[in-house]
Design a protein around this ligand. Structure first.
Ligand code: GDG
Length: 455
């Protein structure tokens, strides 16, 4: 088996600290099995930046190798092009995207620097797997430096329709760089379609029909690999001590009332304000449920250095205050809004204690919260998932109640339907969803990507 080299902006942790996301856990398992290197940003901003000494941390067969970035890289590459340009454009939000040649140059520079620092770590038969929108150019830079290894790329966020992407200045340079990878993995068939349409419309490319595309004189393989979670592991969390403790604590508080849960990083793509308005609409349309149901929204802050994120947080605080002011009673609060993170194991107990999850992003590559909620349920008495049609997860989770997050009345009536859903139907839907989540778990995702890269 070939050694694996994973590249992503944030790396690790190698040990399960309870904080690691499902993705980190899947990648670490894969790295342990094959032996390998995980290369990326240390999370530190220093004066020497990408010229910093390589930080190395080894655990048996796996080595984490990281470098710093400097304050300019942070402003231009990370907070700039990655988070103020690519993130909004790829989430269909041209209205808030910032287009700056300075950001763009910073992004190219950091991609080139990361390639240069990775180069000496590589062996000729390593398999290289690059992750996400921070590193569109990294593969092309490695090729320029003479690297001939198999290199794969996986995009965790959506690939928008060509018309949308073409609003990005020099979009062709960005996509052309992707063709330097041997395999380009996307979350869904819809994303794959957009990618192939883009090549056809903007690059005179052709779909070779066998999973490969040709454009700019290069051939690459393109496929959808819907990302999964460690389904059974997460189910066990909910039955474990931390999960149980959290569930019991909540049940004591709820005292027979039913809870709806939302869990999202604070981000405009997640549609949290729309969700709050849908909950308001629910209490307007179904007043008999006032005092009996509440929303717990867990929303750890993210990227607070980007203005759009600070704004959305203020908007949410305002909305929650308004809705609570309208409906709350001395012994009941319709929306509890918590802006800090929970440990993963405790989170499983929060999901288990909730009769329903509202996963209503306006646009999402996949959305792992939808999968975690299903995984955490009690098979005998499962809750109901309400899922946005605009989450990548909707493509493979058709037994959820699929909703349009822009239509508050539709979401409100789906909440009502979920509350009224008989046990038989809840079990049947849950069974189908859970079975598919076990088949398409994180291991399956990583294995299918890497075996296609090998072929
Ligand atoms: C990107 C794409 C794609 C959230 N709050 C807490 C917490 N979380 C964890 C969740 C989940 C993860 O964060 C969020 O994953 P998502 O998939 O929902 O969203 P993004 O962060 O935007 O991820 C997305 C994903 O990449 C993978 O490819 O699905 O579409 O946008 O695991 O549980 N974890 C803990 N405490 C919290 O309070 N411990």
């Amino acid at each position: 088996m070939k050694r694996l080299v994973v590249v992503s902006n944030r790396v690790g942790p190698l040990k399960d600290t309870g904080k690691a996301g499902g993705l980190a856990v899947a990648l670490v398992d894969m790295l342990r099995e094959r032996g390998g290197v995980w290369f990326g940003w240390s999370g530190e901003i220093s004066d020497v930046g990408t010229f910093s000494e390589l930080r190395r941390e080894r655990s048996k067969t796996v080595e984490l190798c990281t470098i710093d970035i400097d304050a300019t890289d942070n402003a231009e590459f990370y907070a700039g092009y990655a988070n103020r340009t690519l993130w909004p454009v790829l989430h269909y939000r041209l209205d808030i995207a910032e287009f700056s040649p300075v950001f763009e140059a910073g992004y190219r520079r950091v991609n080139e620097r990361f390639a240069a620092r990775l180069l000496p770590l590589l062996r000729s038969d390593d398999q290289i797997w690059v992750h996400d929108y921070h590193f569109f150019h990294l593969g092309a830079e490695l090729r320029r430096m003479g690297v001939e290894n198999r290199i794969g790329f996986f995009l965790h966020i959506p690939f928008p329709p060509p018309d949308m992407l073409s609003a990005l200045p020099r979009h062709r340079d960005l996509v052309r760089s992707l063709l330097a990878y041997d395999l380009i993995g996307l979350q869904t068939d819809r994303d794959r379609r957009h990618f192939v349409d883009y090549l056809r419309e903007e690059a005179g490319g052709v779909d070779l029909g066998d999973g490969r595309v040709e454009a700019w004189g290069r051939i690459a393989r393109v496929a959808a690999f819907p990302i999964g979670i460690d389904t059974e592991g997460f189910h066990e969390f909910a039955d474990g001590p931390e999960g149980r403790r959290e569930r019991l604590r909540l049940e004591r508080h709820l005292n027979g009332r039913r809870q709806i849960v939302g869990v999202d990083r604070i981000d405009y793509s997640k549609g949290i304000p729309h969700r709050f308005r849908a909950v308001e609409r629910f209490f307007d349309d179904y007043p008999e449920h006032r005092g009996k149901v509440s929303l717990l929204q867990v929303a750890p802050p993210s990227r607070s250095e980007v203005d759009a994120y600070a704004e959305i947080r203020r908007e949410l605080e305002h909305l929650a205050g308004h809705i609570n002011g309208r409906f709350a009673d001395v012994d009941w609060t319709p929306i509890r809004f918590i802006t800090r993170g929970f440990p993963r194991r405790a989170l499983s107990g929060v999901y288990r204690a909730s009769r329903m999850a509202l996963v209503t992003p306006l646009r999402d590559g996949m959305n792992l919260v939808a999968k975690e909620y299903v995984a955490a349920q009690d098979h005998q008495d499962p809750g109901v998932l309400l899922l946005s049609r605009f989450a990548g997860a909707a493509e493979s989770m058709g037994e959820a109640l699929i909703v349009n997050p822009y239509a508050a009345d539709e979401v409100a009536s789906a909440i009502k339907a979920a509350l009224d859903m008989p046990l038989d139907e809840r079990r049947a839907r849950h069974h189908a969803l859970y079975t598919r989540l076990v088949e398409g778990d994180a291991k399956h995702w990583a294995n299918s990507f890497l075996s296609m890269l090998d072929r």
